[in-house]
Design a protein around this ligand. Structure first.
Ligand SMILES: *[C@@H]1O[C@H](CO)[C@@H](O)[C@H](O)[C@H]1NC(C)=O
Ligand SMILES: *[C@@H]1O[C@H](CO)[C@@H](O)[C@H](O)[C@H]1NC(C)=O
Ligand SMILES: *[C@@H]1O[C@H](CO)[C@@H](O)[C@H](O)[C@H]1NC(C)=O
Ligand SMILES: *[C@@H]1O[C@H](CO)[C@@H](O)[C@H](O)[C@H]1NC(C)=O
Ligand SMILES: *[C@@H]1O[C@H](CO)[C@@H](O)[C@H](O)[C@H]1NC(C)=O
Ligand SMILES: *[C@@H]1O[C@H](CO)[C@@H](O)[C@H](O)[C@H]1NC(C)=O
Ligand SMILES: *[C@@H]1O[C@H](CO)[C@@H](O)[C@H](O)[C@H]1NC(C)=O
Ligand SMILES: *[C@@H]1O[C@H](CO)[C@@H](O)[C@H](O)[C@H]1NC(C)=O
Ligand SMILES: *[C@@H]1O[C@H](CO)[C@@H](O)[C@H](O)[C@H]1NC(C)=O
Length: 726
C-alpha cells in the first residue's frame, strides 16, 4: 500500500472523528436549549458539630429525578410504589413538608430530592400549617443551657417549650438535596412547563417519553463532623489551602451607658445587662422570617434605648452602669453569650487592655453584673399577658430571690400603666431557652426573662420560614405603596411601643434608683413612628430611609441591591452580617452623640488618647433640597461589636467532646442550582446509537475501499501532481 494512500485514509478517519465530536458538541448545544434554570438559591445545606453532620447535600454531580407534584394521596402511592420512572424528585406542598412525610420519602429509595412550595406571600399556594411548624428541636439548645446537669429540668422535663419542633433541621439528609421554591415563576416552570405537560399520569397511566426531569445540585464539601472537617482543612493548608468548613459566628453588639476608663475601678455588682438575641435558624437558605422569634425583641430593645435618649445624662451620672446587648449565634448552642462569659472570665471583655497610653473601657467581669434582663419573643400574648420567667435554682439563694422579687415589683406597675400586663410564672418553673442561661451556668445572678408565653411557646412557627409578620399583626393593608407602608403604624408597632416604654422606664428606675415623676414619664417615651420604621426595615424591606441613613458609604451598595429582608442566620465567623452592622449603627445613634462639627469621613475617628468611644461614619439624612446627596453623620458612642465566635475554636487543645461550647461549623460548597430538562425516549436514544453505529461501519467500509484501490486512485493523482503544469 502506498504511503500516500494510508495518509489519505488517516485523513478520512480524522474527518470522521471530528464529525463525531462536532456532532456531540451539537448534542450538548441542543441539551442546553432545553435546560430551564430556576432562580432559587434557597437550599437546605449542611452544618456540622463535633459529633454529627446535619442538613442536606446532593451527590457531587447533582441528583436527577423525574418531577412529580405531590397533590394528593394518589401521588404518594405513585411515587412510593407504582410509578415506573424512578428515581423521582418530588414537589411538595408546604403543609406536607414535615418530619413523617420527609422521612418516608427519604427512606423509600425511590426519591432523589425534594422541592417545597414556599410562595409565602400567597396563602393559597403556601398555607401555614395550622398546627405549627418548626425545624428546630422541641427543646432548643438543651445541652448547652443552665439545666444540662439538673435531673428535674434537663431535656425539658418540666416544660416542652417548642411543641411543634420536629428537629428536621438536625437530621442528616445525605445525598438528598432539598430546596424551597419561593419564586412564583420558578413554580410555574415546574408545574406548568415540566410536570403537567410531560409527567402527570392520566388515569393511573404513566406518560410516554419524553418526560421532564429535574436536577438538584448542592454538593457539600464537609463530611462527618466538625473535628474531621477542621483536621482535613488544616492538613491541606500548607500546599493547597482548601477549606471544607468554617466556624459559625458573627459579632455581638454591646453598648454601655457609662464610659468608665481603665484607671477607675468598676464597683462589684454595678452593671445591669439588658439583652436580646439576633439570630435564628431555618431549613432553607435566605428564608429567615423570624418576626416573633427575634425581631420583636430586637425592636423593643432598640426602641427602649432610644426612649432613654433624653435622660442619658441622668443615667451616665448613676452609680450603676447599663449595658445594652444583642447576642449572635444563640440558635447554635449559644455561641455569642458563651463567648461573652468566656471573655469576662479571662478579663478580656469587652477587650483586652494591652497598654495604658490611652483611655480604654474598664473591663467587665462576671462579678460586675448586678442584674440581667432579657427580652425574648414578644409578638403574641398568652392569656392576654406577657410573662416574666426567672430561674428557680439561683432563687434558692435568698439574696437572689429578693432581688428578683424587687425587679418584678418595679416593672409590673410600670407596665400596668401602659397596658402591658405582666404575669409571673410558677416559682419552680425553669427558664425557657435564653442567653442568660450561659451566665447562670457560672454564677447566680438576679435575672428575669420577658416573653409572650407562660409555658410552651405561643409562637407556633419558632425558628421557621413561617414566622411571618402577618402572624403578629405586623403586616400591611395590601393597597399601600412602600412609602405609605414605611410610616404605617401596625398593631404590633403600637404594642411594641408600650413594651419599649415600659422597659425604658423600668431600666431608668433600676439604674438611677429615682422615682418616675410625670415629667420623667413624659421624657421616657418610645417613639411609635420609629418603631414602625424599625419593623418595616427588618421585616419588609431593608431599602428604607432608616437603614439608608445608618449605613456606611461602603455598605450602601449591598443595601441598595437588597431584594428582601436581610437574613438573620448567623453565618460564618469571618464575615460580619449586614444586619449586625446596621443594628450596631442604629444603637450607636440612639445611645451616642452626633459630632455636628465633623463633616468629613476622614475626621470621624478616635482620638489617640481616648479609645473608649467608637466613631462611626454613616450616610445620614438627605441634604435639604436634594434627592441623592446625603450629609454624612459622625456618631460617637460606646456601641461596639464583640466577637461572637465559640471559644471552642480559639482554645488550644479544646476537648471537642466536652459539651462545654458550641462546635457548629458550616460546610463550604461551590454551587447550588436547580434545573429542569427533558429526557428523550429510550427508543429515540437507541435510534441515535444505531444511526451512529451504521455511519461508523459505512465509513470503515469506505476506508477499506480506499485502501484497497489506493494504488489505482492515487497513482494517477500522484503522476498528475508530479507533472508541472504545461
Ligand atoms: C395565589 O395563588 C392562587 C393560585 O395560583 C391564585 O389563584 C391567587 O390569585 C393568588 N393570590 C394572590 C393574592 O396573588
Ligand atoms: C406575591 O405573589 C404573587 C403570586 O402569588 C406574585 O405575582 C407577586 O410578585 C408576589 N409579590 C411579592 C412582593 O413578592
Ligand atoms: C450534634 O448535633 C446532634 C444533632 O442535633 C446532637 O444529637 C449531638 O448531641 C450534637 N453533638 C454535640 C457535641 O453537641
Ligand atoms: C422570580 O424570578 C424571576 C426570574 O425568573 C425574576 O425576574 C423575578 O424578579 C423573581 N421574583 C421575585 C419575587 O424574586
Ligand atoms: C493599666 O492600668 C491599670 C490601673 O491603672 C493597671 O491595673 C494595669 O495593670 C495597667 N495595664 C498595663 C498593661 O499596664
Ligand atoms: C435541680 O433543681 C432543683 C430545683 O431548683 C434543685 O433543688 C436541685 O438541687 C437541682 N439539682 C442539681 C443536681 O443541681
Ligand atoms: C390594651 O391591650 C390590649 C391587647 O393587649 C388591647 O386589646 C387594648 O385595646 C389595649 N388598650 C388600650 C387602652 O390601649
Ligand atoms: C405612595 O403614595 C403616596 C400618596 O398616598 C405618594 O405621595 C407617594 O409618592 C407614593 N410613593 C410611591 C413610591 O409611589
Ligand atoms: C468639635 O467640637 C468639640 C466640642 O464641641 C471639640 O472638642 C472638637 O475638637 C471639635 N472637633 C473638630 C474636628 O472640630
Amino acid at each position: 500500500m502506498a504511503p500516500v494512500a494510508s495518509l489519505f485514509s488517516l485523513y478520512l478517519v480524522i474527518l470522521f472523528i471530528s464529525y463525531l465530536s462536532n456532532n456531540s458538541v451539537e448534542c450538548v448545544r441542543t441539551k442546553k436549549k432545553i435546560y430551564l434554570d430556576l432562580v432559587t438559591q434557597n437550599a437546605c445545606f449542611r452544618v456540622l458539630n463535633a459529633t454529627h453532620q446535619v442538613g442536606c447535600s446532593s451527590k457531587s454531580g447533582g441528583n436527577v429525578g423525574v418531577l412529580h407534584y405531590l397533590e394528593g394521596q394518589d401521588d404518594y402511592d405513585w411515587v412510593l410504589k407504582d410509578g415506573p420512572h424512578t428515581p423521582y424528585v418530588v414537589l411538595i406542598n408546604s403543609e406536607d413538608f414535615h418530619r413523617e412525610k420527609v422521612q418516608q420519602l427519604f427512606k423509600s429509595g425511590r426519591v432523589n430530592g425534594i422541592l417545597v412550595v414556599n410562595v409565602l406571600n400567597n396563602s393559597t399556594l403556601t398555607p401555614l400549617p395550622p398546627n405549627g411548624f418548626s425545624a428546630d428541636k422541641d427543646c432548643p439548645n438543651d445541652n448547652y443551657g443552665a439545666y444540662y446537669k439538673n435531673d428535674s429540668y434537663k431535656h425539658c422535663k418540666s416544660v416542652k417549650w417548642n411543641k411543634p419542633g420536629e428537629a428536621l433541621y438536625f437530621n442528616d439528609y445525605h445525598d438528598f438535596p432539598m430546596f424551597a421554591i419561593s419564586n412564583i415563576s420558578d413554580l410555574n416552570i415546574l408545574i406548568d412547563q415540566c410536570y403537567r405537560p410531560f409527567n402527570q399520569p392520566g388515569n393511573g397511566v404513566a406518560k410516554t417519553y419524553p418526560i421532564c426531569a429535574v436536577e438538584l445540585s448542592d454538593s457539600m464539601d464537609a463530611a462527618k463532623d466538625s473535628i474531621t472537617c477542621i483536621r482535613r482543612s488544616e492538613l491541606i493548608t500548607n500546599l493547597n489551602p482548601t477549606k471544607y468548613c468554617d466556624a459559625m459566628g458573627d459579632k455581638n453588639i454591646i453598648s454601655t451607658i457609662k464610659a468608665i476608663p481603665q484607671n477607675v475601678p468598676r464597683p462589684a455588682k454595678s452593671v445591669i445587662v439588658v439583652a436580646t438575641r439576633m439570630d435564628s435558624i431555618s431549613m432553607f437558605g435566605y428564608e429567615y422570617q423570624n418576626s416573633d422569634t427575634t425581631v420583636t425583641g430586637i425592636v423593643a430593645l432598640l426602641a427602649a434605648a432610644q426612649a432613654l435618649k433624653q435622660v442619658k445624662d441622668d443615667l451616665r451620672a448613676a452609680t450603676s452602669d447599663l449595658m445594652f446587648t444583642f447576642f449572635q449565634g444563640e440558635a447554635f448552642d449559644y455561641i455569642g453569650s458563651s463567648r461573652m462569659v468566656y471573655d469576662m472570665e479571662l478579663n478580656h471583655f469587652p477587650y483586652d487592655i494591652t497598654d495604658n497610653s490611652s483611655l480604654q473601657l474598664q473591663n467587665i467581669h462576671l462579678n460586675h453584673i448586678s442584674h440581667f434582663i432579657e427580652l425574648s419573643q414578644l409578638g403574641h400574648r398568652d392569656q392576654d399577658q406577657l410573662w416574666i420567667h426567672s430561674d428557680p435554682i439561683s432563687k434558692e439563694i435568698p439574696a437572689i430571690s429578693d432581688e428578683v422579687k424587687k425587679l418584678i415589683d418595679i416593672i409590673k406597675p410600670i407596665g400596668e400603666k401602659l397596658n402591658v400586663s405582666l404575669g409571673e410564672t410558677a416559682a419552680d418553673q425553669p427558664l425557657p431557652p435564653a442567653s442568660v442561661q450561659r451566665f447562670l451556668r457560672k454564677m447566680a445572678i438576679p435575672s428575669i426573662v420577658i416573653t409572650d408565653h407562660q409555658k410552651q411557646y405561643t409562637n407556633k412557627y419558632y425558628n421557621s420560614r413561617f414566622d411571618l409578620p402577618r402572624n403578629i399583626n405586623a403586616d400591611y393593608p395590601p393597597t399601600l405603596n412602600d412609602t405609605e407602608k414605611y410610616d404605617y403604624i401596625t398593631e404590633q408597632a403600637v404594642s411594641l411601643t408600650n413594651i419599649a416604654t415600659t422597659l425604658a422606664r423600668f431600666l431608668y428606675k433600676q439604674t438611677t434608683g429615682k422615682q418616675l415623676t410625670p415629667d420623667l414619664e413624659n421624657k421616657i417615651q418610645a417613639d411609635e413612628k420609629e418603631i414602625a420604621h424599625l419593623l418595616y426595615c427588618f421585616l419588609e424591606s431593608p431599602v428604607c430611609e432608616l437603614f439608608k441613613q445608618s449605613v456606611s458609604p461602603e455598605d450602601n451598595k449591598n443595601l441598595a441591591s437588597a431584594k428582601k429582608p436581610f437574613p438573620f442566620y448567623v453565618g460564618v465567623d469571618y464575615q460580619t452580617n449586614q444586619i449586625t452592622r446596621l443594628a450596631h449603627s442604629i444603637l450607636a445613634q440612639y445611645l451616642g452623640d452626633r459630632m455636628v462639627n465633623i463633616t468629613k469621613e476622614a475626621d470621624c475617628k478616635q482620638p489617640d488618647n481616648d479609645k473608649r468611644y467608637k466613631y462611626l461614619w454613616m450616610q445620614g439624612s438627605l441634604k435639604p433640597g436634594t434627592t441623592d446627596t446625603r450629609e454624612g453623620w459622625c456618631i460617637k458612642s460606646t456601641a461596639m461589636l464583640h466577637k461572637a465566635k465559640s471559644p471552642a475554636f480559639d482554645i488550644d487543645d479544646y476537648d471537642w467532646l466536652s459539651g462545654e461550647y458550641s462546635t457548629w461549623t458550616e460546610s463550604t460548597w461551590t454551587v447550588t442550582k436547580v434545573r429542569a430538562f427533558l429526557i428523550p425516549s429510550e427508543s429515540q436514544e437507541v435510534l441515535t446509537l444505531c444511526v451512529g453505529l451504521a455511519l461508523f461501519i459505512v465509513s470503515l467500509g469506505i476506508v477499506y475501499f480506499f485502501n484497497a484501490s489506493s494504488d489505482i486512485i492515487f497513482l494517477s493523482t500522484n503522476t498528475a501532481s508530479d507533472t508541472p503544469p504545461s
